[in-house]
Design a binder for this molecule. Sequence first.
Ligand SMILES: [Zn+2]
Length: 477
Amino acid sequence: MALPVRSSAQAPSSRLQEIIAESERIEELSDSEGEYEDMGTATMEEQANIAYLESVKMPIRDGLETATSRLQDETLDVVLPFLEGNPHDFPLNVYGLPKLQRKSHIAMLEMALGDYPAPFAMMDASRPWIIYWGLQGLSALGHDVSKYQKQTAHTFSLAQHPEGGYGGGYGQLPHLACTYATVLSLAMAGGEETYESIDRKAMWHYLGRMKQTDGGFTMVAGGEEDIRGAFCAVVILSLLNIPLDLPPDAPARANGLTTFVDNLGDWVSKCQSWDGGISAAPGNEAHGAYAFCGLGCLSIIGPPKETLNKYLNVPLLIHWLSSRQASPEGGYNGRTNKLVDGCYSHWVGGCWSLVEAATTPGLWNRTALARYILSAAQDKKGGLRDKPGKHSDAYHTCYNLAGLSHAQHKYVYDEEVNKGLGSGNLGAPYHWKTEGEFEQDDVWGEEDVVRGVHPVFIIPYRAVYECRRYFEEKESF
Ligand SMILES: [Zn+2]
């Protein structure tokens, strides 16, 4: 692509020199970073992209060179050509950005849901995840997944453990992450036969064994207790409308706990780190995916406006989430000093839908994220990726598309929605709706819009509401 050489570095401002000693000074980002050869004249679209990138570039950066800063520079070298031009020669939308390559992403996900060659045997325990990513990605693209209904129910009927929960496949021990991906996949597949394949009574006992006295959940019997457990457990309890009372054989009962939510909000609260993010367990480093798990958990145990404000320092959280959006890349990273990566389009981008429901809309730069996804995260071969230079996969495809949906749709929490649903246990997440598309639409065209997704469960609304309704109408297990 034809691109001009960018202008030379600017001197640090005199104001900066006045207020910070030379030795401690952070220097303005040199324009020579990531410079490349003059290859001709930029097209109109490229000139517009370059002007945009100049306008959002970080004005300052730490002058200390480290392995991390070098990696960040290398990343910019890889990503910027995609934000400025169109190296994959995708057809452009009306705003001069690559169109969402719907057909090739669908083809890639259909392949991901098919057979695998022998070396993939090591991925066997991740099978529920691959199915979840595939089905959710296809749904986001507006593709009908009903043809997978029977297959999905059959696959998971073999992975269900006789004592409750799901493993990766037949004969594997149950794991809360596998169980979470399974329940979401079965809800997407839908239908009475699929719902009835779930042994909810055994699931109740299984989740009872995961509940810990301090409020959290372990991922596996005798294994690690972390915030994934807290989120996965309440997702399953809520979608399947399982009783909130702990089963009689739950070990936590011996220490005085009586319900699944005892001490849970306080436990999530302890996972908020000093810098405002949310970590896997109290005292750990904050991370984007754990932040989504924490916020998702709180948005299930009550309306986000109540629970987020009760259990978290929300202003500090907003500061940490905002700091995750890379500039000028526009996508998100997962931790402080890490690199932009397409999967955080959801893990961090998705946090905003929940935080905005607890505060006010308009807290983040949606168009910058959408620009990263359309321009840099689409793989020429189909599917979406971490960043240019990496291969696409079902995981990054699913979560980039979810991120695009958070950018494009207005997700609103409204008690008036579904008044007849969710009146029982963990019923808060049944009052979400999509209230049209976000108006800042100068990045995506109509054909680049993905389907709305339930902002807590990350499956289509229909799947969420039908599944819960089915189990609410059932009188017992
Ligand atoms: Zn990633």
